[in-house]
Design a protein around this ligand. Structure first.
Ligand code: NDP
Length: 240
C-alpha cells in the first residue's frame, strides 16, 4: 500500500513542488497551508492533492489536523516540515513580535508538526522526517536574526531526532536551499535580488523542483542510512 506523506506549506512555492514530486513517486500526499484558500483550492484542482488548513504555530490545531489527515488518508510515514515565513529587520529595529512570529512558525512549527506523527512512526518502525531549513541558517544573514535562528535550530532538531529515531527505522534530515525562485524570493526588491544572483556561483536562482528532488531522495526506502544529515542545495554559494 502506498505510504502517506504530509507536506506543511505544501500548496505554494517549494512546498507545492515537493507535494507534486511525492505524488509523482506514488505516495498519498496531504498538503497544508495557513490561510490562502484561493491558492490551495487552485492547487487541489490542478493536482488532485488534498489540502488542509491549519496554523503550524499552534500545537492543538496541528495535532487535530494531523489526526484528520491520518483518518482520511492514512498513517503519516513521511513528514516534510516546510512551512516558513520571514519577518526581516535589522536587529536594532527587530520587534519582539517579529522575533516571536518567526520562532513560533519556523521552529516551534517543526515541533508541532513532527511531535504528533512521531509515536506512529515509532510503532510502525518506519519514518522519514525532512525539514526545510535554509542557507541562512548555516551562514546567518543581515536582517534575519530571527529567521537564521530558526533555520539553524532545524539542524539541531534533525541531528537529535536522528539519534532518537535511528533504531526505530526513522530518519531525520534537513535540506538547506539557497535562493529559490518562489514568491518569497521574488518579493525581494529587484536590485537586491540581482546582487544576490551575482553572488551565486551558478549564476541563477534555484528552482523549487530542485529542492523537491532532494526530498523524494530522502523519503525513499533506500535512504535509510542517511540520518541526521544536511543537504545543501545552493548553486555552490556556500559549502557546508
Ligand atoms: P512561500 O511563501 O512561497 O510558501 C509558504 C507556504 O507555507 C505557504 O503554503 C503558506 O501557506 C505556508 N505557511 C506559512 N505560514 C504558515 C503557518 N503558520 N501555518 C501553516 N502554513 C504556513 O515559501 P517558500 O516556498 O519560498 O519557502 C518554503 C520553505 O523553504 C520555508 O521554510 C522557507 O524558509 C524555506 N526556504 C526558502 C527559500 C527560498 O529561496 N524561497 C530558501 C531557503 C529556505 P499560505 O499559502 O496559506 O500562505
Amino acid at each position: 500500500m502506498a505510504r502517506t506523506a504530509l507536506v506543511t506549506g505544501g500548496s505554494r512555492g517549494i512546498g507545492a513542488a515537493i507535494s507534486k514530486a511525492l505524488k509523482a513517486e506514488g505516495y498519498n500526499v496531504a498538503a497544508t497551508y495557513a490561510g490562502n484558500d484561493e491558492a490551495a483550492a487552485k492547487f487541489t484542482a490542478e493536482t488532485g492533492i488534498a489540502t488542509y488548513k491549519w496554523n503550524v504555530a499552534d500545537y492543538d490545531e496541528s495535532a487535530a489536523g494531523i489526526a484528520k489527515v491520518e483518518a482520511e488518508i492514512g498513517p503519516i510515514d513521511i513528514v516534510v516540515a516546510n512551512a516558513g515565513i520571514t519577518r526581516d529587520a535589522p536587529f536594532h529595529k527587530m520587534t519582539p513580535e517579529q522575533w516571536h512570529q518567526v520562532i513560533d512558525t519556523n521552529l516551534t512549527g517543526v515541533f508541532n508538526t513532527v511531535h504528533p506523527v512521531w509515536p506512529g512512526m515509532r510503532e510502525r518502525k518506519f519514518g522519514r522526517v525532512i525539514v526545510i531549513s535554509s542557507i541562512n541558517g548555516q551562514k546567518g544573514q543581515f536582517a534575519q536574526v530571527n529567521y537564521a535562528a530558526t533555520k539553524a535550530g532545524d539542524l539541531g532538531i534533525v541531528k537529535s531526532l536522528a539519534q532518537e529515531g535511528a533504531r526505530a527505522g526513522i530518519t531525520a534530515n534537513a535540506i538547506c536551499p539557497g535562493y529559490i525562485a518562489t514568491e518569497m524570493v521574488m518579493a525581494i526588491p529587484e536590485k537586491v535580488r540581482d546582487s544576490i544572483v551575482a553572488g551565486i556561483p551558478a549564476g541563477r536562482l534555484g528552482e523549487p523542483e530542485e529542492i523537491a528532488r532532494c526530498v523524494t531522495f530522502l523519503a525513499s526506502e533506500d535512504s535509510g542510512f542517511i540520518n541526521g544529515s544536511t543537504i545543501s542545495a545552493n548553486g555552490a554559494q556556500f559549502f557546508v
